[in-house]
Write a protein that binds this ligand. Structure first.
Ligand code: MLT
Length: 419
């Protein structure tokens, strides 16, 4: 109701440019509608859509959390606010185990603990300028695109869902789903390896080409390594810092969601090397590390003590062995799903260094048609490839995060489908 002569407050118009809902809530909405309309089919529904872990937390983690809760319950050991960047003991164990033990030069204070890589992938835009030319793979984890839309780094989307001003790097079977550096200049590059959604992992040579490009163009690579624990092939880099020069051009995002099963527990970290520079409006080179530190201390109060102790336990000998078991379990599912989809006559990619299988839809079938068919006939939820970008059209993703029995059942049902 119009009450007085003032104009309304302004909303962020950029949000109105976003296409429909975020992919996974949109899938959830469609699945719910299907289940409401088909209660019998709903009983046999198997979810291989969102990449959400199914197996319980490793026992090393559970013990560490119980102990941490007890500490919180006693006056002498109670903890209030922790350091915004994360406790030193967790930053140390990460830098030591994930990097220095592997010969990679990462200091403890270059590790910033957070409550998730999704959050950090969006938050990182706070410390990057608005004028950057941004390159994004297509298909891609939708968070990279949508967060850039939200802060106004793009124009409007076209019919196919591609936003003006973004540089899309097509990922196709012909390039093994790993894009080459573009001919033109870009300032910020999102890379994800092993890749969500295609399951492809970049080789050393491919990452070397990107680091060379970034150093020449003075670009920043945002390297999402959330799935590094799934790399099985020898020689495939687990970190961008395995490539000489990456400390001067890359930020790396890591997560405990997919290795330790922390999707509901929430803990991740971002590596911002002190040697990484970007320029001010006046052309002066400045390090990004103090900016990320400043952002963290202002907008974040850290991850809970209990959860950080849980993350620390993943690095104990028992924790490491239990994580290895979890990875083996999900990769075993991936193998079963790959084989099942192949036997069903489908063309299959990924699933070897990643928990995702990327499947070509049968000829003439769109991604969403495949989604509806697989949901309706097999009562299995997958993710339509077009939800990850226009070049994802004609594909769908099967997540291997499930129980073994469900993975086997999905493999069986895929073979029963009549397209
Ligand atoms: C996915 O299914 O793509 C992931 O679960 C999303 C995420 O990690 O946020």
């Amino acid at each position: 109701m119009f009450i007085c002569g003032f104009n309304m407050a302004f909303l962020n118009d950029n949000y109105l440019k976003l296409k429909a809902g975020y992919l996974f809530p949109e899938i959830g909405r469609r699945v719910k509608a299907f289940c409401d309309a088909n209660p019998e089919a709903a009983k046999r529904l198997i979810r291989c859509g969102i990449g959400d872990v199914t197996e319980p937390l490793p026992s090393a983690v559970v013990s560490a959390m119980h102990k941490a809760v007890d500490e919180m319950a006693a006056r002498e050991t109670f903890k209030g606010y922790g350091p915004e960047q994360g406790y030193d003991w967790l930053r140390h164990v990460i830098a030591q185990n994930d990097f220095r033990d592997k010969g990679l030069d990462v200091a403890d204070d270059e590790i910033f603990i957070s409550d998730g890589s999704k959050c950090d992938c969006g938050a990182i835009l706070d410390i990057l300028g608005a004028k950057n030319k941004i390159a994004i793979s297509d298909p891609v984890y939708p968070v990279y695109v949508d967060t850039n839309v939200m802060v106004g780094h793009t124009g409007d989307a076209n019919e196919a869902g591609a936003y003006a001003k973004l540089v899309y790097l097509p990922c196709k079977p012909s390039n093994g789903f790993i894009p080459l550096p573009p001919k033109k200049h870009v300032d910020v590059i999102y890379l994800c390896s092993p890749n969500n959604p295609t399951g492809a992992a970049a080789t050393r040579e491919q990452l070397e080409a990107w680091v060379k490009y970034a150093l020449e163009h003075k670009s920043v690579i945002l390297f999402d390594a959330a799935y590094e624990a799934y790399i099985t092939e020898p020689g495939v880099p687990h970190s961008i810092y395995e490539i000489p020069g990456a400390r001067e051009c890359a930020i790396e995002f890591r997560s405990f969601s997919k290795n330790g099963g922390f999707t509901g527990t929430r803990c991740a970290f971002t590596v911002v090397p002190k040697t990484l520079m970007a320029q001010t409006k006046s052309g002066e080179a400045k390090p990004l590390h103090p900016l990320w530190n400043r952002r963290s201390t202002t907008k974040f109060n850290g991850v809970s003590f209990i959860v950080q102790r849980a993350a620390e336990a993943l690095y104990s000998p028992e924790g490491k062995a239990q994580v290895a078991e979890l990875i083996k379990h999900y990769l075993g599912n991936a193998e079963i799903l790959r084989k099942g989809a192949k036997k069903a006559g489908l063309k299959v990619f990924g699933g070897v260094n990643a928990p995702y299988i990327w499947v070509r839809t049968p000829k003439g079938v769109t991604s969403w048609q495949a989604f509806d068919k697989i949901l309706g006939d097999a009562n299995v939820v997958i993710t339509p490839g077009s939800g990850f970008g226009s070049k994802g059209e004609g594909f769908f993703r099967i997540s291997a995060f499930n129980s073994r029995a469900n993975a086997e059942e999905v493999a069986r049902r895929l073979q029963e489908l009549k397209w």
